[in-house]
Structures are given as C-alpha cells and as structure tokens.
Design a protein around this ligand. Structure first.
Ligand SMILES: [Zn+2]
Length: 191
C-alpha cells in the first residue's frame, strides 16, 4: 500500500487530482463564471474543457476525445470501487480489473490503485498459497517415450447395460500420445 500511496503522491504533484484542483472544479461547476488568476487561466480553461459536472448526481465526468464520458470518482471512493469490481468479477487480476474499470471510470493513479487492491486481496492471497502448497506436493510422472506409460481407470456403472451385459468401461490412456482406448466390460470381469 505504501508504494502505491507514494506513487500516487508523485503523480498528484505532477498533475493535481481534478478533485483537488479547486480552480478547475469551480470553473467546471459554474461553466467558466469564476475568477481565475491570469497565469492559471490557460491551464484551468484547457483542463475544464475536458470535464463535465453532473449537477443532479453531484458527479464529475472526464470527456474523452471520442466524446465518451468517464466518471471520475472522489479520491475517498476509489479503493472501494476497485475492490467492488475485483470481487464482483470473481477476483480478476490487475490487467482485467483495470480494463473493466477503464470502460466507465477514469482517474490519475487508477493503475496503482488497482495493483494495490489486487495484490493485497486476502482472498487472492489465500487461493495462491493454497495452489502453491498443492503444486509442491505433486510430482509429475515421467513419460519417456511412446508406450512407456499407460493409465487404466474404470468408468462405472454406465446407465445402459449392453446386450453382452456390459455395464462398465475400461478406459486406457497412453500418456505419450494421449491415445485413448475404451473397452466395454462386465461388472463380473473386473470385480
Ligand atoms: Zn481477490
């Protein structure tokens, strides 16, 4: 979290967050009917032109070049918003969560916030350690060549009984080619 906060701070110094850019916010909300110091005028007007304030909902939108409007949530709501997206999708990773958020939202430092939420998600961490443990216990069987290893398994009982009174299937797999042989078998034969 600390790394993400530091990143966010340096980004904010460079481009102040729109919600903290008071002059710009005032311009957006009043449609330019605001006193702006001369040296700030150009910057504020330019930035404000890319935003829209929704009076009714009290929400700020960023307007893209193509005219699409993206919601710019307040800084205090962002982490919760990312968390909701991450959890609602069944714990998607950083890239996919980010892509999903980007379709309707925008803010400076969104990537850092997504990374912080996903890497610190307790559920994801539990799943990861669980899989790591499972993997450590599994040792793959060696397959040297064709016909080196076969595995046999019984599928049973199948619902239908054949005329020859077979109700089970002996499934044999050759591991090198993954060639499968199925042999109908009677319950008696393979008891
Ligand atoms: Zn997660």
């Amino acid at each position: 979290m600390l790394a993400s906060v530091t990143n966010q701070e340096s980004l904010r110094e460079k481009y102040p967050d729109i919600h903290e850019d008071e002059l710009c916010l005032a311009w957006i909300k009043t449609g330019g009917r605001v006193e702006v110091p001369k040296e700030e005028y150009h910057r504020v007007r330019k930035r404000a032109a890319r935003h829209r304030w929704d009076e009714l909902m009290g929400e700020l939108y960023m307007v893209t070049i193509s005219g699409k409007e993206l919601l710019v949530p307040k800084p205090c709501d962002r982490i919760q918003l990312v968390r909701e997206h991450h959890e609602r999708t069944g714990h998607w990773g950083i890239r996919r969560t980010l892509n999903l958020l980007w379709q309707r939202h925008y803010w400076v430092g969104m990537k850092q916030d997504v990374r912080a939420v996903v890497t610190q998600c307790q559920t994801c961490q539990r799943v990861k350690t669980h899989y790591a443990r499972e993997e450590a216990m599994l040792t793959p069987l060696e397959i040297k060549s064709f016909m080196y290893r076969w595995s046999l398994d019984l599928a049973w009982p199948t619902k239908r009984i054949t005329k020859a009174r077979n109700q089970r299937v002996l499934v044999m797999i050759e591991h090198y080619t993954r060639f499968v042989v199925c042999v109908p078998s009677s319950p008696k034969l393979l008891k």
